[in-house]
Each structure stands twice: as structure tokens, then as C-alpha cells.
Design a protein around this ligand. Structure first.
Ligand SMILES: Nc1ncnc2c1ncn2[C@@H]1O[C@H](COP(=O)(O)OP(=O)(O)O[C@H]2O[C@H](CO)[C@@H](O)[C@H](O)[C@H]2O)[C@@H](O)[C@H]1O
Length: 491
């Protein structure tokens, strides 16, 4: 099958979080299973050009109809670790993708509406005929609208659209001007409740709702989160839209790419290791302690948090996990970045307060290389999220022998099975610790069991680590599920 992914991220060249991992990992696995896969991305000035091989201009003159005129774009093409990617670069005074950041601009909705339109225009002008266009998150929500309301009538009547929601919190809610600029001119038509109108603001359109309404299939990234989205307020106002579209909505659990996330081959670590021989993990711990000036003391378990410092991730519990770890004699390493200034200030303050502590390091920023070393060095990884559509850090942690301590929400309950209490799995298939309430006492109830096992029964703790490393969260099964969805909507 010929599949084109259209997204705002693809790791490692463009990565702000898990979306990038998914677009890359799924594309590679689909290709390995025999499909032809291409990825269309914005060409940001700040992306990791060092991860692109053979970058060259493939189409010099892509003219994109926009705001009653046309915008001149170039399309570059290159390989990101064997994955063929196209990068769209507009030459307009707005400099949509030359902002030194991926997101966070006042006109984000306009930037990504433009990108979606340019992607379709590129497919049409380059005469590409994908059977499936796979769109991700609100940034590409208008693509199926433009496909079925405009481009279908210009010969693109074949592609079917699969739309994946990675995070219901960010929906791309914006005004009617986006419709005018894209050429979706019939405002009263799109401002209907069963079309693009936001469910709560009658004067706004909702780009994620647009993707849900117009795509042939919609999914989120774990079965449990799909259930939460239907039956709890976690879908942030889109519950009724999902109810109406329930026949085409489901959940596919994310995988991770074991070529990239694998302690046996990871080049960011000092020594490789595997479930059979864990000596390399001790070397990673030494390297991390050296790098971050932490005390060298093998008695202390190393606890880590890696992720966006955002309300979603349960920052109040992340904060509590630092002090609980120190109280239990452990070491703590945090790697995270915050976009909200309040949260950012809070963790900067915490960082300076703890700066002299030899058992704690807070690294505030985004650092792919360091994240690999932390996963490898950690004994436990904490994921105390308020909500979590899937979560990748616990799955990566498992592969590196970091035992996950997670809150039982979203995809975390589809991937982590409690060592003491899981009702369905035998103990030899369990891999971590869970808690359910979102308060410090609940977090402690799980962390306490992890620390007790580490201190009181190291042999069993090592067994638990190995069981986690042997779990299979590769992309093989999820990619087969996506192929099934593609086949179904294509028929
Ligand atoms: N400061 C930092 N430095 C280096 N690396 C960092 C980093 N902060 C995060 N990362 C990396 O980014 C990825 C984050 O994965 P998450 O599952 O937490 O994604 P996120 O919440 O962004 O995305 C959303 O999409 C994904 C994919 O569908 C869902 O799993 C998730 O639940 C949903 O919220 C991991 O690879 C992690 O190592």
C-alpha cells in the first residue's frame, strides 16, 4: 500500500515529544512490512539537519493558493534514518517555519493550516496518488476537510484519511479567517455544529474536530484512552463529536522503535547491555553520575523523570517524587522542559534550591542524547500523569531496565502491570508499580513498594527489571493494526 504521513514532527529530525517518535517508528515499521511510506513535514529552520541524509530541492516551484493569492514554496527531500521525507518550505513574508521553534507562536493555527494545504497541493502537483493519507493531531485536522471539499473535485478522489489524535488537550481552536485563507469560503456551511464549529464557542472553528468529522477513520493512541475519551471529560469537549462518530473511532497502542531505543545498540551509552548481561547498565550509571556531578554510591537507586513539564504530566507529583526519592535515600534525575512560564519558573527555582545536593539533578531543556543515558542509568522511571493518551517514557524505560512507577490512566494501564496487585497477569509477566489517585499519598504507595523491593530484595528487583526488558512493545503489532484500518477504509 502507498501511505503518506503528514505531520508536524518526525523524530529524530523534528521532535518536541512523543508525536515525533510515533511518526518515525510507525513509518519505518510499515515500510519493513512491505508498504511504500513517505512523510511530509514542515521545513523548520531549527530542525536537526544533521539527521537528514541527501537533502536536496526536489520541487522548486510549488505555488500554494492562499488568502486569495499564491505562496511560492520549495519542497526539499531527504532520508531521515532511511525514511524518505519531504520538507515544505514557504517563501512568504510570514516566515511560517523560520521562527526558531516548532510551536508556541500566536499564529500556530494559520501556520499549520498553511502546511496542510501545501501538503495537499504538493501531492496534486507532483501527481502522487497515495491510497492512504495518515494525519496526526490538530495541526493536520483541516487536511481531510480540504481533501473532501476541494481537492476531490480536482482529481484527488482516491486517498482515504486515517486521523490519529495524540492529545485531546490541544485542538487548534481558531477564527473564521483560517477558512478564508485556505479557500474554504463558505463560512455558514463550515460553521455548523456537525462540521467544524467548536462545540463550545459558536464563533470558532476547531481543527481537531474537523479532522474527526472528515476523516475515514479516527483513533487515539491506546485502547484505554479511547475508552476514556468516549466516557470521561478527558476529550476536552469533543465527547459528543466522538459519540456521533463512534463507528469510526478506536484506540491503537503505540509502539517504540527498537532500532533506536535499544540498550544493545544505543550509541549514546558507554557500553551496550541486555537482559542477559546488565553490566553495561552500571557503566551508564557511572557515566551519568560523572556527567551530572552526582555522588557515586551504588547503594542508592536512581529514579528518573523525562518528559514535558506540563500540567498533563502531573507536575505536582513529579515535584513530590523528587523529595520522596531523596527521603528514601535514592538519587533523582529530571530531564524536562516547560512551555508555561509558571511551571518553568517553579522548576528553575527548585533547580537552584537543590543545586548543591549531590543526589539530585534537574536538567531543564530538551536533550535527546542525555535522555538515552538517563533511561540506561535509571533503576526506576516515574510517570505520575494526570492523563496520558499512551505514554512512551514508561515503555522506553522498560526496554532499558528502568522499572516504571506510573499512575493508572490512559495507555499507562495498557503497558504497565503492577508487580503486587495485577489481577490478570501472572507475576512473571508483571513489570512495574501503579497508583491511581492523583495525590502524594497515592504516589508514595507505589514508590514505597518499589523502594522496598529494591532495598530488601535486590534479586527480585533485578528479576522485575529483566521482565520489563523482555516485554515486546515494538511497532510490529500496532503497524499490523494500522494496516488493517487502512485496508478497511480503502475498501
Ligand atoms: N526534555 C526532553 N529531552 C529529551 N527527550 C525528551 C524530553 N522530554 C520528552 N522527551 C522525549 O519525548 C518523548 C515523550 O513521549 P510522551 O509519550 O511523554 O509524549 P508526549 O506527551 O509529548 O506526547 C503525546 O503523544 C504521544 C505519542 O502518541 C503519547 O504517547 C503521549 O501520551 C501524548 O501525550 C519520549 O521519547 C521522551 O524521551
Amino acid at each position: 500500500m502507498y501511505v503518506i504521513q503528514v505531520a508536524s514532527e518526525c523524530a529524530p529530525v523534528i521532535k518536541a515529544g512523543g508525536l515525533g517518535d510515533v511518526v518515525y517508528g510507525l513509518s519505518r515499521e510499515l515500510a519493513a512490512q512491505g508498504h511504500c511510506v513517505e512523510v511530509i513535514l514542515p521545513m523548520y529552520d531549527c530542525m536537526r539537519y544533521d539527521h537528514i541524509w541527501g537533502l536536496h530541492e526536489a520541487y522548486a516551484n510549488l505555488w500554494v493558493p492562499w488568502d486569495g493569492g499564491r505562496v511560492h514554496c520549495s519542497v526539499f527531500c531527504g532520508w531521515v534514518h532511511s525514511q524518505l521525507c519531504f520538507f515544505i518550505r514557504p517563501h512568504s513574508f510570514q516566515d511560517y517555519f523560520d521562527r526558531g521553534c516548532y510551536y508556541g507562536c500566536d499564529d500556530d493555527q494559520m501556520r499549520f493550516a498553511f502546511f496542510s494545504k501545501a501538503a495537499l497541493e504538493f501531492l496534486q502537483q507532483a501527481n502522487k496518488k497515495p491510497e492512504i493519507i495518515h494525519c496526526h493531531d490538530w495541526q493536520t485536522g483541516l487536511l481531510p476537510v480540504m481533501l473532501y471539499e476541494m481537492y476531490k473535485f480536482h482529481g484527488m478522489d482516491h486517498p482515504r484519511v486515517c486521523y490519529t489524535v495524540h492529545n485531546f488537550k490541544h485542538q487548534g481552536i481558531t477564527g473564521a479567517n483560517v477558512l478564508r485563507e485556505t479557500g474554504l469560503n463558505n463560512e455558514p456551511y463550515y460553521f455548523q455544529y456537525d462540521k467544524l464549529q467548536d462545540n463550545f464557542n459558536p464563533f470558532a472553528i476547531n481543527m481537531m474536530k474537523a479532522g474527526i468529522v472528515y476523516s475515514n477513520h479516527v483513533n487515539t493512541v491506546s485502547p484505554h484512552h479511547a475508552w476514556e475519551a468516549r466516557y470521561t471529560p478527558i476529550s476536552c469537549g469533543l465527547g459528543h463529536t466522538l459519540e456521533v462518530n463512534q463507528g469510526k473511532f478506536g484506540g491503537v497502542l503505540n509502539g517504540i522503535n527498537y532500532n533506536f531505543w535499544n540498550p544493545e545498540t544505543d550509541t549514546y551509552m558507554p557500553e551496550p547491555y541486555s537482559a542477559k548481561d546488565m553490566t553495561g547498565k552500571a557503566a551508564a550509571k557511572r557515566a551519568l553520575r560523572d556527567r551530572l556531578n552526582l555522588e557515586h554510591n551504588d547503594e542508592r537507586p536512581l529514579v528518573a523523570f523525562i518528559g514535558r513539564l506540563d500540567d498533563q504530566k502531573g507536575v505536582h507529583l513529579v515535584h513530590h517524587s523528587i523529595y520522596y526519592t531523596l527521603h528514601r535515600g535514592g538519587q533523582y534525575v529530571l530531564l524536562g522542559s516547560a512551555t508555561e512560564s509558571g511551571i518553568n519558573d517553579y522548576f528553575h527555582h527548585e533547580k537552584s534550591y537543590l543545586s548543591d545536593n549531590p543526589n539530585c539533578h534537574l536538567e531543564l531543556g530538551f536533550n535527546e542524547e542525555l535522555s538515552h543515558l538517563i533511561y540506561a542509568a535509571a533503576d526506576m522511571i516515574v510517570v505520575p500523569s494526570n492523563y496520558e493518551p499512551c505514554g512512551l517514557t514508561q515503555v522506553i524505560g522498560l526496554k532499558y531496565g528502568a522499572v516504571p512507577v506510573v499512575r493508572g490512566v490512559g495507555g499507562l494501564v495498557n503497558t504497565v502491570f503492577d508487580w503486587d496487585y495485577d489481577q490478570d497477569k501472572p507475576q512473571e509477566e508483571r513489570n512495574g508499580f501503579l497508583f491511581y489517585q492523583s495525590d502524594p499519598a497515592a504516589l508514595e504507595s507505589a514508590m514505597c513498594r518499589a523502594f522496598d523491593l529494591y532495598y530488601e530484595n535486590p534479586t527480585l528487583f533485578a528479576k522485575l527489571q529483566k521482565q520489563g526488558m523482555e516485554c515486546d512493545y515494538s511497532w510490529k503489532k500496532p503497524a499490523e493494526q494500522y494496516t488493517g484500518i487502512y485496508e478497511y477504509i480503502k475498501a
